[in-house]
Design a protein around this ligand. Sequence first.
Ligand SMILES: Cc1ncc(COP(=O)(O)O)c(C=O)c1O
Length: 377
Amino acid sequence: MPAYLDHNASTAIDPRVLEAMLPYLSGPYGNPSSLHRYGRLARDAVERARAQVAALAGAQPGELIWTSGGTEANNLALKGLCQGAASGRLLYGATEHPAVMEAAESLRAEGWPVEVIAVDDQGRIDGAAFRGQLVTGPLRLVSLMRANNETGVIHDLAPWATEIHAVSGWLHVDATQAAGKLPLDMSALGADLLTLSSHKIYGPKGVGALLVRAEVELHPQLHGGAQEKGLRGGTENLPAIVGFGAAAELAQQELEARIRHQQVLRERLDAGLRALPGTRLFGEGVPRLSNTSQFALEGWDGEALLMHLDRRGYAVSSGSACASGSGEPSHVLLAMGVEPMLAKGAVRVSLGKDSQAAEVDGLLRALDELRLRGSAA
Ligand SMILES: Cc1ncc(COP(=O)(O)O)c(C=O)c1O
C-alpha cells in the first residue's frame, strides 16, 4: 500500500480506539434511551464519551450534541441558528469547508442575508474588510474555521470573537482540522458553537459533535426523537461514539508529542519543496498546522500529479477530498488570489502522528523525478 500522507482527509482508527470500541460491537446492545439495565449500560458509555470529547475542546459535557460528523455539525450550527430566528446577517469565511459554504448558501436561497468574508493572499481573514462588515447591520452569526483543511492556515479567532460579541453576533468555529493538532479551548477562542469530527483524530468515521453554549438557542434539523435534548433525534451510534471518546482522550494526552513529531517532518518536507525548482508553497508566510503543506509544481495538473504519486507509492490529495475528482480549482486558493491554472496544480500533503521521515524523503525524491521528466511523464 502507498505511504499514507492524507491525514486531513481521514485517519486510520488507532488500535487503542478499536480496542475501546470492540466490546460495544459485540456486547452492550441496549438502546441508550431504554430505562432497563441494558439501556443504562449503553447510556453510561455515551455519557463517558460525551465528557471525553467535550474535554478535548475545553467544554462542558452538557454543551455537546452528537452528530454524524463535521458536515452535519456545521449544517446544524448554521441552519439551526438562523432558521426560526427573527433576522440578522450570516457571515462566513471565503476559505471555509463546503459543509459551511453550502449550508450558508442554502440559507441565502431561503432569503437569509449572507455575506462572504474575504481573505488575503496568505489565506488570512481580511481584517479591515471584515471589521467593516461586522457593523453594517444586524448580525446573527459568523462562521470561521480555526484551521484550513487544504492549506493548514490557522486563524487567530479570539480577537474576532470579542468584536463579534460586541455587535451581538454568535461565533461558530469549525474546528474539524484543528482538533488533535492545536490546543483547543472553546472559552479562550470565544466560540459559541464549535464543530468536531472523529475520523480526523484517529477515531471512527460517521460521528462528530457540535458544542453549543447554553445561551445559544438552536432549531433542530432532525425531528422525531428526544435524543440530545430534542436537538438531534435518532438512536445514538454507540460503538462510534465510544470510539470518538477514546480518540479524543488520546488526542488530548498526546497533543504536544504529535505536534512536535509532525512539525519536524513538515519542516523537512517544506525545506525539500523549497529546493525543488518551480514549486510554489501556499500560505507559507503565516502560521499553519504542524502537519499540512499545500503546493503546486509548475506545469503539472494536481490530479495528474496525485495519480503519478499514487503509482509511485505516495497517497496525497489534490486539495480537499470533496473537491477531488471535480477538476475544479480549489476555492480556497482562488479566494487567496492564486491564478486558476496554478490552483489546479495544487497538491496537499497532510502528515500524521505515525508518519516517518523516510516517507517524506521518498515523496520528495518522487516529486523531483516527476519534475525532471515533465508533466507528460
Ligand atoms: C474543515 C472541515 N470541516 C468539515 C469537514 C467535514 O467533516 P466530516 O467528514 O466528518 O463530515 C471536513 C472534512 O474534510 C473539514 O476538513
